[in-house]
Design a binder for this molecule. Structure first.
Ligand code: PEP
Ligand code: MG
Length: 849
């Protein structure tokens, strides 16, 4: 019942049904939340039900809310259908006031504990419900400690906490203009209201944006009897995982803190102990917990993340949920669980978020080169990150906007830092464990993170960090190895990822079920080989212009552009042809037996010429022309809107000799490698066709060249990019002259929306941040607009040529939601950058399932 009760509420009641020790409580539904958010009021009958449930809770706990002798205290926690860790608010110890605290003292015979609980409550309530900044309470606490001459909270006595309670209440009065509410029922109502409202706080909103969680599902509120982990050395609180969330290893794994309350482990203020310490200290509890974890994992058939509290030697479970995990762990766990007979292959495939694979496919630190390790922390989220040190989330955003790569270094992170974490390459914190906010969020984002590094001292104000005693300033470059916890001086060398067994197994299952083929966009043999290792089944786009930029031929390209007469142009092209032949040979060899789509030249010619005065002189010298001459050509080629200008097939129409040279080079290369025993499958592709006659003309040239150079005994085809709206709506005509279509959704998106993809950065973020567009159409296909044009083009194209091969090679080809859409409209393949090939394979499998 997660939709209604939220994840936390549903699992709490499930655990209760299983007979596990869960503190009693009740859950206020997401429906009530949504009603409240819409009407700014509680639904009719809400408080009758509320009173009834509260009475029941008192009865079960044999304690009374507001009692002076035997008070009931509760926690109030949010919990949406989809877990949003730390994004919304929690209030603990609710029900305390000047009278009930006496009852707590009588019951526990522990005034120090009782006043400590009371001051924590006022702080939390003040913050969450009344909106008073934590810092006011923290400052008062620091001042009190200073006055007493102590450093640690544990050095504070009952009277100190009591005095602080009085002071906290004054802070509440001063800051909110009202007295702290003494009536527990009033406290509870206000807290519920505040949790509802926290659904719309800034960080929850940002988290939903980032994780594609809908805004209208609302949160449930769990009201639960308090249990205390801070009642002495026989108490504690912790978080445990049924398998290692970093590696996926099947071992009971977790952390706990003795004599601590609630969120202390997650907040990362103290660095916790491991579960084997718990086993040593409280063997019986450990044994009970171990049994429960196995039971929970078997019940939910997934790795569980369990929160527990021990109150005076008694174990309570506060939460269980499917645990967040690294990509590597996710795959290992899924594959292991299939082996263990717990889940099916199909379930395993559907459990992995294809986007998560990105991390696995990213570089790690080269083990063969020397590295200067400055310090070591906890390896909280794997992968290598190199960047400049920054100390605040805002600074991280600021610098990354200027194109810098940054490492966010903080004492600890909180949900307020989420925007900075999102843009940083990696995250380093001084405190906190493997389950701290920084660690959990970084793992979710797939970012390298080192947490709890005791060897660093962060001075946010001075913008410095001492790493093992050595000072580093903002802007200094460091490298994080999130897999080992090592902080390394400077930019360490990184290497391509190693694929592991379980990954191959899972990909094998994906390949069995998917209908879409997966090709890669690659312009050189190296990329083609990498992609093939990742499972690419051909090249869907080889952008030949990238070859033109290489040092040994840019000169010939420029000579060709500057040529005043046919002869000079022919001479330049004659020099270009053999290098192109070599390029294509390399690629055909790397893709032996698989199709290779080679696109004829696409960008406007001015892109190959210098665009600033300083760059003109050396280029002119190299070309043996005057600067004035070069400037003149640059001037002639200048366009107001190059994206809509003299590019694509338009070049092929106005400069047929360029395309002809390329076609000859392609055929020649294919012939040579074919002689050497390689099987080339050649697909020559014409870009930016908008009218059938453009393709007709270029195709005639290609056929003429083939006639002259052939016959060939390898497969070859001629096709076109579909990247203009006009091409989509006239696809039936175009298909008469095309053996294949390939959607260039980068151009198709800009042409459909009518914005330039080079300039959209200045306004598109406003559209997505304000919710005007749910997604950035350059990230994921705009299915209602661009997608409809694609759908139409497929239908029209195949009405002319049933079985026409249709693929996609725009950036969307490696984005899971777009892949699903391509499956839906019946494409034959998607093509994406080499590192996204596995992402696309899994996404295609999920689409098929
Ligand atoms: C496209 O437009 O989607 C495409 C693949 O071509 P390019 O990005 O090179 O214009
Ligand atoms: Mg294009």
């Amino acid at each position: 019942m997660k939709d209604l009760l939220g994840g936390k509420g549903a699992n709490l009641s499930e655990m209760t049904s299983l007979g596990l020790p869960v503190p009693f409580g009740f859950t206020i539904t997401t429906e009530a939340c949504n009603y409240y958010l819409e009407h700014k009021d509680f639904p009719v009958g809400f408080f009758d039900a509320f009173d009834e449930k509260l009475d029941e809770l008192e009865h079960k706990m044999k304690k009374t809310f507001g009692s002076k002798t035997n008070p009931l205290l509760v926690s109030v926690r949010s919990g949406a259908r989809i877990s949003m860790p730390g994004m919304m608010d929690t209030v603990l110890n609710l029900g305390l006031n000047d009278e009930t605290v006496q009852g707590l003292i009588d019951k526990t015979r522990n005034p120090r504990f009782s006043y400590d609980a009371y001051r924590r409550f006022i702080n939390m309530f003040g913050n969450v419900v009344l909106g008073i900044g934590h810092k006011h309470f923290e400052e008062a606490l620091e001042a009190a400690k200073k006055k007493k001459g102590v450093k640690l909270d544990t050095d504070m006595g009952a009277d100190d906490w009591k005095a602080l309670v009085a002071e906290f209440k004054q802070i509440v009065k001063r800051q909110s203009g009202q007295d702290f509410p003494e009536d527990p029922r009033e406290q509870l109502k206000l807290a519920i209201r505040a949790v509802f409202e926290s659904w719309n706080n800034k960080r929850a909103f940002a988290y939903r944006r980032m994780n594609n969680i809908p805004d209208n599902i609302g949160t449930a509120v769990n009201v639960q009897a308090m249990v205390f982990g801070n009642m002495g050395e026989d108490s504690g609180t912790g978080v445990a995982f049924t398998r290692d969330p970093s590696t996926g290893e099947k071992c009971f794994y977790g952390e706990f803190l003795l004599n601590a309350q609630g969120e202390d482990v997650v907040a990362g203020i103290r660095t916790p102990q491991t579960l084997s310490d718990l086993q040593g200290k409280m063997p019986k509890i450990y044994e009970q917990l171990d049994k429960i974890q196995a039971q929970l994992e078997g019940h939910y058939r997934d790795m569980q993340d369990i929160e527990f509290t021990i109150e005076k030697g008694q174990l309570y479970l506060l939460q269980t949920r499917n645990g967040k995990r690294t990509a590597k762990a996710a795959i290992k766990i899924a594959v292991d669980m299939v082996d263990e007979g717990l889940i099916t292959e199909r379930e395993a495939l559907l459990r992995i978020d294809p986007n998560q694979l990105n991390v696995l496919l990213h570089p790690s630190i080269d083990p063969h080169v020397d590295k200067d390790v400055l310090a070591k922390g906890l390896p909280a989220s794997p992968g290598a990150a190199v960047g400049k040190i920054v100390f605040t989330a805002d600074e991280a955003c600021h610098q990354t906007e200027d194109g810098e790569k940054v490492i966010l270094v903080r004492k600890e992170t909180s949900p307020e830092d989420i925007h900075g974490m999102h843009v940083a390459e990696g995250i380093l914190t001084a405190t906190g464990g493997m389950t701290s906010h920084a660690a959990v969020v970084a793992r979710g984002m797939g970012k390298p993170c080192i947490a709890g590094c005791k060897k660093i001292i962060v001075n946010e104000d001075a913008k410095t960090v001492a790493i093992n005693g050595e000072h580093f300033a903002e802007g200094d470059v460091i490298t994080l190895d999130g897999s080992t916890g090592e902080i390394i001086r400077g930019a360490a060398a990184t290497i391509d990822p190693e694929l592991f067994d379980e990954f191959e197994v899972l990909m094998g299952w994906a390949d069995e079920v998917r209908k879409l083929q997966v090709r890669t966009n690659a312009d050189n043999p190296h990329d083609a080989e990498v992609a093939r290792r990742f499972g690419a089944e051909g090249i869907g786009l080889c952008r030949t212009e990238h070859m033109f930029f290489e040092e040994d031929r840019i000169l010939y390209v420029r000579q060709m552009i500057l040529a005043h007469d046919e002869k000079t142009r022919e001479a330049a092209l004659a020099k270009l042809r053999p290098v192109q032949v070599e390029d294509f040979k390399g690629i055909f060899k790397a893709m032996n037996g698989l199709p290779v789509t080679v696109r004829l030249l696409d960008p406007p010619l001015h892109e190959f010429l210098p665009n600033t005065d300083e760059k003109m002189a050396p280029v002119a010298k190299g070309l043996g022309v005057s600067v004035a001459d070069l400037k003149e050509t640059v001037h002639l080629l200048h366009e107001f809107n190059p994206m809509l200008g003299h590019r694509g097939v338009r070049l092929g129409i106005t400069h047929p000799e360029i395309y002809e040279m390329q076609v000859r080079a392609i055929f020649e290369a294919a012939k040579i490698v074919h002689h050497e025993g390689v099987t080339p499958i050649v697909e020559i592709e014409v870009p930016l066709v908008g009218h059938v006659n453009e393709l007709k003309k270029v195709r005639a040239m290609i056929e003429r060249v083939a006639e002259e150079m052939g016959p060939f005994d390898f497969e070859w085809k001629v096709g076109t990019m579909i990247e203009l709206p006009r091409a989509c709506v006239t696809a039936d005509e175009i298909a008469h002259h095309a053996d294949f279509f390939s959607f260039g959704t980068n151009d198709l998106t800009q042409m459909t929306f009518g914005f330039s993809r080079d300039d959209a950065g200045s306004f598109l973020p406003v559209y997505t941040e304000s919710g005007l567009l749910a997604d950035n159409p350059t990230d994921t296909i705009d299915q209602e607009g661009v997608g409809q044009l694609m759908r139409m083009a497929v239908k029209l194209g195949r009405s002319t040529k049933p079985g026409l091969e249709v693929g996609i090679c725009g950036e969307h080809g490696g984005e899971p939601r777009s892949v699903a859409f391509c499956h839906e409209i019946g494409l034959d393949y998607v093509s994406c950058s080499p590192y996204r090939v596995p992402v696309a394979r899994l996404a295609a499998a999920q689409a098929a399932l």
